[in-house]
Design a binder for this molecule. Structure first.
Ligand code: HEM
Length: 459
């Protein structure tokens, strides 16, 4: 069975394009080959990119029937360990999702709302008038604190301070297109001592795993330390056979959640602040909507606001934080919508290319939240969190977090872009981040915040 047509250039050249200029490369491929084409990336099996919503629907709907996903994720093994949900398939994956899902369930996620608002206010309170700062650093600070609070129930303190630098350094290891090569070229993953990039990574990971083990042991030996956080829920969870998660499983899953859970949301938020400050009418509309809820709005009411929701959707559409969903590998020969795919074919739903289909999103490069108010998009047309059996585990948390962070900041602070330099999307490991992190400057407090401060002082 022949694979769909695709670029004919050498596979190393295709890989370099995919690492160094993925957006442009996807656009060039879509312009030349359309909705479905095969990319050949050096060191990887051929990958069929798909940007046809009907075909994506068939893929997501038959996720477990026709496809494996975990075994196409070898790239994550050195990052998250052998027991990460990302590497699982079949009944093991299903069981693991059942174990991990409760803390991420919509209703449970709402209980994190207050913590998210409080953390946002804390981080923003350090901003000084007319002193520029990098939005992505601030949003990363917020999302890191949120994930530490939700996963471990930890805010500041010794343990928090020990975990933070290790994780930050590990994520920094792939923080630019050049550094990202460490993920794609296996031969760079050699431990040549603590000064080599991979050696440093492994040493940090070992230290982090030791800290996680200590934390788990402490909580097991002292049940009073079990709280409302995700680790506590994971420690007490059992599968249908009554089996708890093993230590190895717990540590790899914690690593997966800590990494997947804050880099992505931090990047989405940095883009959100870019668009807010770039297009004043959008900010004005958003402010009006938020202020219509009155003073100190209920976080859940905020999260239901239609324009705020549309604004977040448009942010995730135009530059999706992850360009593609995870690869689906056919378990046997299959026929989907009249197309035959041989066993072991890698199919990848292309989030970016689908989000820029002109038939779905006219003038797709234009930032326009109203699209999401004027039209209801299906989950195969708008898919920033993937879909099917692998739909992002943290999508409810990420969505709530985006809305609350944006609403809290925009209603309390006057921000502006610190300069007019063009901002391009750039690879940062597996995510696509604004090239310069979005420099912002706080020009003053909004009236509501001033009133709060005065009320606080007079108490
Ligand atoms: C804006 C933020 C985020 C974006 C854009 C995002 C995007 C994605 C995407 C595209 C996938 C692959 C889905 C597929 O292939 O169908 C995924 C999977 C996953 N995400 Fe997220 N994510 C975000 C935030 C989070 C958060 C906050 C967490 C956890 C705290 C998280 C945990 C995961 C996990 C564990 C998986 C693997 C699910 C599985 O294999 O069953 N993500 N995410």
């Amino acid at each position: 069975m022949k694979l769909p047509d695709g670029p004919k250039t050498p596979s190393l050249f295709q890989l370099i394009n995919w690492i160094a200029r993925p957006f442009k490369y996807l656009e060039e491929c879509a312009a030349k080959y359309g909705d479905i084409y095969t990319m050949r990336l050096f060191g990887f099996p051929p990958i069929v990119f798909v940007a046809d919503p009907q075909l994506i629907k068939e893929i997501f709907s038959n996720d477990t029937k026709y496809f494996d996903v975990g075994r196409s994720n070898e790239i994550f093994r050195p990052l998250f360990g052998d027991n990460s949900i990302l590497l699982m398939d079949g009944s093991r994956h299903k069981k693991e999702r059942k174990l991990l899902m409760p803390p991420f369930h919509g209703e449970k996620v709402k209980s994190y709302a207050e913590a998210i608002v409080k953390i946002t206010e804390e981080v923003a309170s350090s901003w000084q008038v007319n002193k520029p700062f990098i939005a992505r650093d601030a949003t990363q600070e917020i999302t890191f604190k949120v994930i530490m609070q939700t996963v471990f129930g930890l805010s500041e303190g010794e343990k928090y301070q020990a975990i933070k630098p290790l994780l930050v350094e590990m994520l920094e290891a792939s923080a630019s297109p050049i550094k990202s090569t460490i993920i794609f070229f296996k031969f760079l993953q050699v431990d040549l001592g603590p000064w080599s990039p991979w050696g440093k990574y492994v040493s940090n990971r070992n230290k982090l795993y030791d800290l996680l083990q200590t934390e788990m042991d402490e909580r097991r030996s002292n049940p009073n330390k079990l709280g409302n956080d995700i680790l506590s829920l994971m420690l007490t969870a059992t599968d249908e056979d009554g089996q708890p998660m093993s230590d190895e499983q717990l540590k790899d899953e914690l690593m997966t959640l800590l990494s997947a859970g804050h880099e992505t949301t931090a990047t989405a938020l940095a883009w959100a602040f870019y668009w807010l400050e770039k297009i004043p009418q959008v900010k004005e509309k958003l402010l009006q909507e938020i202020e219509s809820l009155g003073e100190n709005p209920d976080p859940i009411a905020l999260s239901r606001l239609p324009y705020l929701t549309a604004f977040c959707q448009e942010t995730l559409r135009i530059y999706p934080v992850v360009l593609t969903a995870l690869a689906r590998v056919t378990k046997e020969d299959v026929e989907i919508m009249g197309r035959k795919f041989a066993a072991e074919t890698n199919l990848i739903p292309s989030i970016y290319s689908t989000h820029h289909r002109e038939d779905l999103y006219p003038n797709s490069k234009e930032f326009k939240p109203e699209r999401f108010l004027e039209r209801q998009y299906s989950s195969y047309e708008f898919l920033p969190f993937g879909g099917g059996a692998r739909l992002c585990l943290g999508y409810a948390l990420a969505t709530l977090e985006m809305k609350l962070v944006i609403a809290t900041i925009v209603s309390q602070y006057n921000l502006e872009l610190a300069d007019n330099k063009a901002i391009e999307p750039m690879r940062r490991g597996g995510t696509m981040t604004p090239s310069n992190g979005v420099p912002l400057v706080m020009t003053g407090l909004r009236e509501t915040k001033k009133a709060d401060l005065v009320a606080g002082q007079s108490k």
